[in-house]
Write a protein that binds this ligand. Structure first.
Ligand code: SF4
Length: 289
């Protein structure tokens, strides 16, 4: 396999074969994200991608899961994605799931029929970075999309039959917008009802605009206790059905997981115990992106 630069993938793709079909992120403008700053966005040649898949077939055993990178590979035109998915099916008939990152704009630029075709060709899950349900926060982090567009995109993926995994970032509104972030995010997630919902916790990457804002004193990072209050407020207000909730990423202070709504009370109790000092928060030096 040939890889260009640092390669990122969602936590649940830890055991997947990663194939870069794009390099970087087509948006590459979110104020907190430094993942693809060193990469100039481009789409790889189909010939190269097919060669990589053939190489993987020769070098590895059974491949159960494949993740198509980089930052928003769903930006690829549908026919090209279909060619890649067909090749995957031909080479790896045992592959149970193909995953991909997609932005709201990537999703909205495809028709529902195109998404359904991608599902038929084997696309199993789309990872959507929602970050926040607040329009003000989305604007301040330069997400390039409104909450309403995010809802339309999320619902479209679900309607296509492809699984949807949405991610929120705890603390992304700073101290000034704890409640707004929690409440508006709960509204947005309730409107989409994703299959999976993951929480990350904001970590500062030097060189990003949000890092500069913190240095200038214009943005205040939350303490672990404030993160707990924010998460608690979110959980109390969110209404979803059969959504797998995970807040156990390396960046999180406290590992939480359950299925909503059934495990909501247990999750709230775990947060309350943490706030009373009965659960220990992850130490700063062990937090990772
Ligand atoms: S958060 Fe996602 S969409 Fe935003 S710049 Fe990073 S990779 Fe691109």
């Amino acid at each position: 396999m040939r890889y260009e630069g640092v390669v990122y993938r969602p936590p649940s793709e830890a055991h997947s074969l990663i194939v870069q079909v794009t390099i970087g992120c087509s948006h590459n403008g979110c104020s907190f994200c430094g993942m693809y700053k060193e990469k100039k966005f481009r789409i790889r040649d189909l010939k190269e991608i097919i060669e990589d898949l053939e190489q993987a077939k020769l070098n590895y055993g059974l491949i159960k899961k494949i993740f198509l990178g980089d930052g928003d590979a769903l930006v690829l035109e549908t026919n090209k994605l279909k060619s890649i998915l067909s090749k995957i099916r031909e080479l790896f008939p045992e592959c149970e799931r193909v995953g991909i990152y997609g932005t709201s704009n990537d999703i909205l630029s495809k028709s529902l029929d195109e998404l359904r075709e991608l599902k038929e060709f084997g696309l199993g899950i789309v990872y959507l970075g929602v970050e926040s349900g607040s329009n003000e926060i989305l604007k301040s982090i330069n997400k390039g999309v409104t909450a309403c567009e995010m809802i339309m995109a999320g619902r479209k993926v679900k309607e296509s039959g492809i699984k949807l995994s949405a991610t929120l970032i705890s603390g992304i509104g700073g101290r000034a917008k704890i409640r707004e972030h929690a409440i508006e995010s709960a509204k947005l997630i309730s409107a989409i009802n994703p299959d999976y919902l993951g929480f990350l916790t904001l970590m500062l990457e030097s060189g990003t605009p949000i890092y500069e804002d913190v240095q200038k004193g214009d943005f205040h990072i939350l303490t672990p206790e404030e993160i707990m209050y924010e998460t608690r407020e979110f959980l109390q207000n969110v209404e979803v059905d059969g959504c797998v909730f995970r807040s156990n990423h390396a960046s999180n202070y406290l590992a939480l997981s359950g299925i909503l709504p059934g495990d909501k009370n247990q999750l709230l109790q775990d947060i309350d115990l943490a706030l009373k000092g009965e659960h220990r928060y992850k130490q700063e030096e062990y937090r990772r992106l």
